[in-house]
Design a binder for this molecule. Structure first.
Ligand SMILES: [Fe+2]
Length: 252
């Protein structure tokens, strides 16, 4: 994991004490950890299932072509799910744990499947988030709480976009670029290698972009910077705000 831009200053906001704890939240010691896959539920491993795309393959043409979307979802993401389920067959007791729980505590996973859970569980989680935070009606300026937090942390949306795109471009080989909330309740831009998830480092993924070549090569070939730039045309700020709200209710 590379931390590219730690934000300065004070935490974004005080975390309010939750009035109720959703039953789907994981209890980890005394802390309530927000599910990462969705704002309100974790990713099941009994068995892991490929979620449907929330739009048509050709719905994100402003940034990503239909063939890439189809291959990316139906082949790449599907393969992570299949491989995760195959690995868990060797240790079926693990199926009672969520994908997030396994990734947060990889050392507790039997060594013979640990790398597979890391790669395929991470791939399943990362892509599940990715599909949700894009929309055919997305793009434009951020709205709501995330707009305020971006301005407070990075100065402006343009400055944030520039740093995020640079962090995505700097990831050598395959990986992801993320906006995360760290343990100090601050926003931070990081990139991760391969299918590593920020939750492996105790960071909560607010939004992320896939910079594996499979995410952009058909349309953009080696022009990752152009892909990173166009991707903002489909960013789903409403969904990102739901993720911000979910994590702001987390009991630290
Ligand atoms: Fe991908």
């Amino acid at each position: 994991m590379s931390v590219l831009f730690a934000c300065q200053g004070t935490p974004i906001a005080d975390s309010p004490t939750p009035t109720a704890t959703p039953a789907t939240q994981e209890t980890f010691g005394t802390a309530q950890l927000t599910p990462a896959a969705y704002p309100d539920k974790e990713l099941s491993a009994s068995p892991a299932q490929l979620p449907k795309l929330p739009y048509a393959d050709n719905a994100l043409e402003k940034a990503i072509d239909a063939e890439t979307m189809k291959l990316h979802h139906d082949r790449h993401h599907a393969t992570y799910v299949e491989n995760l389920n195959e690995a868990l067959q060797k240790h079926p007791q693990l199926k009672n744990r969520s994908v997030e729980a396994m990734l947060r505590d990889l050392n507790s996973i039997p060594e013979d499947i640990r790398e597979s859970v890391r790669n395929n569980g991470g791939g399943h989680l990362n892509h599940t988030i990715f599909w949700q935070i894009m929309s055919p009606t997305g793009g434009g300026q951020p709205t709501g709480e995330i707009a305020q937090q971006i301005n407070q942390t990075f100065g402006s949306f343009d400055a944030f976009k520039k740093q995020f795109n640079e962090a995505g471009g700097d990831r050598f080989g395959s990986g992801w670029v993320w906006l995360v909330r760290n343990a100090q309740n601050q926003l931070q831009i990081v990139n991760t290698a391969n299918q590593d998830s920020p939750i492996m480092e105790g960071l909560y993924p607010i939004m992320g972009n896939d910079v594996w070549e499979h995410a952009y090569y058909l349309r953009y070939q080696n022009r990752r910077a152009e892909y990173l730039n166009n991707w903002w045309n489909v960013v789903n700020w409403s969904q990102i705000n739901r993720r911000v709200q979910a994590v702001s209710q987390q009991k630290s």
